[in-house]
Ligand binder design. Sequence first.
Ligand code: NAD
Length: 481
Amino acid sequence: MIEIKNYINGELLKSSNKNNLDIFNPSIGKIYAQCPNSSEKDLETAITSSEKAFLKWSRLKQIDRSQFLLKIASLIECNLDEFAKAESMDNGKPLKLSQSLDIPRSIKNLKFFATIANDLETESFTQRKVKSHILRQPLGIVGTISPWNLPLYLFTWKIAPALVVGNCVIAKPSEITPYSAYLFSKICIEANLPKGVLNVLHGSGKVIGRKIVNHKKIKAISFTGGTDTGKEIAKKASNHLKKISLEMGGKNPVIIFDDCNYNQMINSLIKSSFLNQGQICLSGSRIYIQETIYNKFKKDFIAKTKKLRIGDPFNKNTDQGAIVSEEHLNKILNYIKYAKEEGGKIILGGNIPKVDSKLSSGWYFTPTVIENLSQKSKLNKEEIFGPVVTLNKFKDSEDAIKMANDNDYGLASIIWTDDPNKANKLAERLESGLVWINCWLERDLRTPFGGIKNSGYGKEGGKYAIDFFTESKNICIKYYD
Ligand code: NAD
């Protein structure tokens, strides 16, 4: 049994209340670790250490702070396999995905923010003899709260910009997947990160997550997770007029025109539908197909989906690993029930697959394709966050845009067409923070990332993250003759 510990004031510690949570390996449905369910006392210790650390850390040269991030990045790089195995055991995702996406992207996040911060220009304005110089200063202690679907990837995406500009961070990873953040804490010790600059508190969102949000010494909360949690955080944070950034759920439309590059589209669509078992906020779960190619598309998409191999995340041939938890699997199963009640036709999957006997207590779900549902159906409205997509027909651009925008979420949209004019016009009208044309999951870390409507409030990425984690001060000076 692995014992995961908090990282407080530069040390690995058990929770002061000795209260632990069971951590499961979803591929076999068994407990493999225990992690602290941190208490208020743990948070107070972390805050005290961060207050002290901030005095020095915020005054270090930017380039010196960057060096720490680069050191941590290179230590993770040296231990990539250990991190990837930890992520797959904790989350159930195929090891090849942790090795090719989760951990490399975590390293990239650290390197990217370590370098971008040094390149940012400062602003100044001159009016006759008056010069205003805009100084960007860290906020102080900030809180980051991250989800289970891309554990280290989103953990580093938040802490890197926060730290590089001089904040101290209290980070809370998901209690469902705490392992890679624990390994990260060990790496911080190895990199000699000064005590208290980063504190990692594990535990339940409803306990320690809420306490972090409510703590008056924490100046900002950067959150990624579900929309209901985000709304609660927005309400609570307003009591202290805390800065908040909320990256939340999605129900992303994919619009496929008959003039698209068909082979590229089908290959990409398999990923945008089912990568990470569909547990990516950016997955395209509502697929709109121009009616002229609907039947051919359906046949080809089903044939390709059937080829996905479900099973042991540690087998290199596996495409679909386990669903993260039993609770989440039950949520997906409930949506299958709704689909049937709403008259949907399940044309593929909808069931728990047969897997190797050594995995029989694990949590698996077959990639599922459903058609015949109305736009009002729960399956077309709500985020399932699993390997389930709906197929819907459209006639023309107007029809497609109406259906795509008929949703409370607005994270990402995907368009497939070889007509750039049509694609651009559509992209302008789509209600989402991000539009991919003829691609999916292409990310330039300098661009703004975040949703609109129920998907987000605030933007992450590049200078947008730096803006969030700093306060700008105008220093205005007048020169006399
Ligand atoms: P969640 O909201 O249940 O939990 C996210 C984090 O918030 C966890 O660390 C959890 O412990 C914490 N938390 C829970 N309740 C809290 C509370 N009351 N106060 C403070 N913290 C609390 O979400 P999840 O199930 O871990 O993640 C899945 C969701 O995340 C999906 O909706 C998905 O779309 C979303 N997501 C969004 C993005 C994005 O960039 N927009 C990226 C990944 C995941």
